[in-house]
Design a protein around this ligand. Structure first.
Ligand SMILES: C[S@@+](CC[C@H](N)C(=O)[O-])C[C@H]1O[C@@H](n2cnc3c(N)ncnc32)[C@H](O)[C@@H]1O
Length: 270
């Protein structure tokens, strides 16, 4: 297979990658046949997967606007994904051009693309890292250059913790980031839920999850109380952890007929 020139030489393109599948859901072009096949199987399993991905991105944009309006001028976006329309730095810097943003992702395509689009943006940077390695992320020179840990930080973990298995102790990872930032810092977090809603095909979520078993990052679904528990040590802002579509919707926001099981919330470190 001939690969486009944006593909990093070391990249394994034989397995679907959740980052590139998500890019496909969002209408992006940085994905391969193996990703599109897996993404189509995920959509067949859970027909509103695309609405779920779009709803998550919209939640993220609304949450970033809230953070900047609350006076947060530095954002650490963990599991930031392949750049798409309305990236975190664009939304934030449109609101306040002095906002500094560091993107962190484990996926080489996400990092290669972020690097390319941030070439001329000296207030934003990207690093390839596993967000579970909290020390490596927090001590990285790019993070140290752009984030001042004596000032409140916006921690973003949007749609990433469902790629972190229980064996990696995700709650401890969130707590380690929380402990590294001062009072007034915010946490934006979203996560796929595990609840089977009435009216859904039985086994829908299990089939969706099964598609991800053969990707570079299998998915772990969690209940809403488990997702809420990630906000331990933060005060949740209203309306708490809700379906992402229902979290402070914009006045003109259209809601899909059936809401996908993606949950999100924003908390402040008291
Ligand atoms: C579904 S995308 C979410 C992208 C973006 N945060 C959003 O909400 O639109 C999940 C991203 O998390 C990344 N990811 C998964 N596990 C990770 C890890 N352990 N460390 C860093 N990034 C990770 C994937 O590569 C992918 O780009």
């Amino acid at each position: 297979m001939e690969l486009p020139d944006w593909v990093p030489a070391t990249m394994d393109v034989s397995k679907p990658s959740p980052a590139r599948m998500y890019d496909y859901y969002l209408g992006g072009t940085h994905n391969f046949e193996v990703d599109r096949d897996a993404a189509e199987r995920a959509i067949a399993a859970m027909p509103y997967t695309i609405q779920g991905a779009r709803g998550n991105r919209d939640f993220l944009r609304r949450a970033v606007r809230l953070l900047v309006d609350a006076g947060i001028h530095q954002l650490l976006d963990l599991g930031s994904g392949i750049p798409t329309v309305g990236n975190v730095h664009e939304v934030a810097q449109r609101r306040d051009p002095t906002t500094r943003v560091v993107y962190v992702d484990i996926d080489p395509v996400a990092v290669a693309h972020s690097t390319a689009i941030l070439r001329h943006n000296h207030l934003a940077g990207v690093l390839q890292a596993d967000m579970r390695d909290v020390d490596a992320v927090l001590s990285h020179p790019r993070v140290r250059d752009l984030i001042d840990f004596s000032e409140p930080v916006g921690l973003i973990m949007a749609s990433v913790l469902h790629f972190v298995p229980d064996s990696s102790k995700p709650a401890d990872i969130v707590a380690a980031y929380r402990d590294a930032v001062p009072t007034g810092s915010h946490l934006v977090l979203s996560h796929i839920g595990s609840n089977e809603e009435p009216g859904n095909r039985t086994g829908m979520l299990a089939d969706f999850k099964a598609v991800y078993q053969n990707t570079t990052n299998p998915v772990v679904l969690r209940t809403r109380p488990q997702i809420e528990a990630f906000f331990d040590g933060f005060s949740l802002l209203e309306p708490g952890v809700t379906l992402v579509h229902q979290w402070r919707p914009d006045a003109d926001q259209e809601l899909p007929a059936k809401l996908p099981p993606g949950y999100g919330g924003v908390g402040v470190k008291p």
